[in-house]
Structure formats: C-alpha cells, structure tokens
Design a protein around this ligand. Structure first.
Ligand SMILES: Nc1ncnc2c1ncn2[C@@H]1O[C@H](COP(=O)(O)OP(=O)(O)O)[C@@H](O)[C@H]1O
Ligand SMILES: [Mg+2]
Length: 254
C-alpha cells in the first residue's frame, strides 16, 4: 500500500492571528478513506485548504506521493488536478449546463478535445447516477444532485486523492443519503479520500481511519472503532454532545 499523502507538523496562522492548525501530522495510504471529525472551528477545513493549496500553510510540510507540494515551485493547477476537492457549497458554474461544468476543466486543464471531454463527462456522470440531467443547469437541480455533479467533476480529473469538506452539511436531510451513498461507492471502489464530515455514523461505517481534531490538533486518531470506544476524554465529550442532537444515530443521513 503506497503512501499518497504525508502531512508533517502542519501549522496555519491566519493573517488576523488565529492559530487555526497547531502542528498536525498524518498520512493517507493508497485506497484509504480517512474521516476527519471535530467541532466547528477546530481547523478541519484549514487542513484541507492547505493540502489543496487554496491557502499557504505557515509551517510544516505536505508531500503527495513523496513529492513536496507546498513550495513556491509547485504548479498549483497541476496539483489541483491531482488533488480533487468537493465543497459544502458545491461551487458549480451556474451559467453552465451539467455537462459543461464537467468538460470545462478537462478541456482547459487537461487539454482534451471536446469529444473526449464529453465522453469522459458522460462516464463520470453515470457513476454518480446523473446521466439523465446532463443538459440541466445547476439552478434546476436539487442540492443532492448538485453535489453529485460536483463529485463527478472532481472525479473526471482522475485525482490521486479526493478531499471532501462537509459535503452534505448544506443539504436538506432527505437529500443527504444519496450523496453519502455516492461517496461510499467511491470508497468501496478504492478511491483514496479524506472526508471532513459531521455524519458520525457515516464516518464510522465508511472510513478506514478516523482523525478527531480539537482546537487545531489531532486529539485522537484510530480505526473507526474509536467512535464506539473513544480513548480520550475530549473525543468522549465530543461524541456525547452529538448524541444529544441525534447525529450518531442517523445512519447514512436518513
Ligand atoms: N480566512 C480566515 N481568516 C481568519 N481566520 C480564519 C479563516 N478561516 C478560518 N479561520 C479561523 O480558523 C479556525 C479554524 O477554522 P476552520 O478550519 O474553518 O474550522 P472547521 O472547518 O473545523 O470548522 C477558526 O477559529 C476560524 O474562525
Ligand atoms: Mg469547516
């Protein structure tokens, strides 16, 4: 099992002085799905944004397949095609049809012909069960459908690792399940991924490993069994706060 990502002693202090990430280290192996959980403000999104170079970490090293990627010499466009990202808010282009949302990156970043890009787009749309909406505009899709298109767009670039930042937290409860099923399918197919999620039941069932973040550090890390058997007081407390609002019981969001 090869190493895909190596994060070493990552730090991020924002311009305003918030030290959001305070020395985080972890690795992700080929085919592994890692869930990052933790309360709001614990630094989860900051970690993903650093990995995808949306922001520059103020300290530490990140390696993709052994190659250091947080250097001034890194080709950011190339990097972003190797590390896909799916956001809570979908980030689709509202003025483009579903098909064109997907072909855009293939044509401009990968330099594919229109025909090849459309073939690839159709194949990824089939994987997320959106083939019947290729001609629709995002505004005419449900949130769950939009997110599946966003996942298809990321997949089309054939990323080496896919990052999900709370992919279901903007969705109505009845739409969460289809998106979680899509992500579970990718995990089953062996996609290497990091999923930041507050769907704890999903994390437990799908992730090979769980990272619990608190106040910018990894407070506990282990196999998915730590959800049922947390080893630290901090994770125990976090999980019991979730039990109060039922998030653990909600299997696959539905
Ligand atoms: N662009 C930013 N500028 C300043 N502070 C930020 C910025 N983004 C996030 N933060 C702060 O960094 C901390 C971690 O945020 P974030 O990584 O978004 O946490 P999470 O995703 O776990 O909710 C929070 O205190 C947040 O307010
Ligand atoms: Mg976040």
């Amino acid at each position: 099992m090869g190493r895909v990502l190596d994060v070493e002693d990552l730090h991020m202090t924002y311009a305003g002085g918030v030290h959001a990430v305070r020395g985080i280290s972890f690795e992700v192996n080929q085919g592994e799905s890692v869930a990052i959980i933790g309360s709001s403000g614990s630094g989860k999104s900051t970690v993903l944004r650093c990995i995808n170079r949306l922001i520059e970490p103020t300290g530490g090293k990140i390696f993709l397949k052994g190659e250091r990627i947080n250097t001034p010499h890194t080709d950011v466009n190339d990097l972003r095609s190797r590390i896909g990202m799916v956001f809570q808010s979908f980030e689709l282009f509202a003025h483009l049809r579903v098909l064109d949302n997907i072909t855009l990156g293939l044509r401009h970043v990968k330099g594919m012909s229109k025909r090849d890009a459309e073939d690839e787009a159709m194949s990824v749309l089939e994987r997320v069960d959106m083939l019947d909406r290729v001609g629709a505009y995002p505004g005419n899709l449900s949130g769950g459908q939009k997110q599946r298109v966003a996942i298809a767009r990321a997949l089309a670039m054939k990323p080496e690792v896919l990052l999900f930042d709370e992919p279901t937290s903007a969705l109505d409860p009845e739409l969460i399940g289809s998106v979680l099923e899509t992500i579970r399918g990718l995990a089953d197919e062996g996609m290497t991924m990091i999923v930041v999620t507050h769907e704890i039941g999903f994390a437990r069932d799908v992730a090979d490993r769980i990272i619990y973040m608190d106040q910018g550090v990894v407070a506990e890390e282990g196999p998915s069994s730590i959800i049922n058997d947390p080893q630290t007081d901090r994770l125990k407390k976090f999980l019991s706060s979730l039990h109060e609002d039922g998030a653990v019981e909600r299997e696959n969001g539905e």
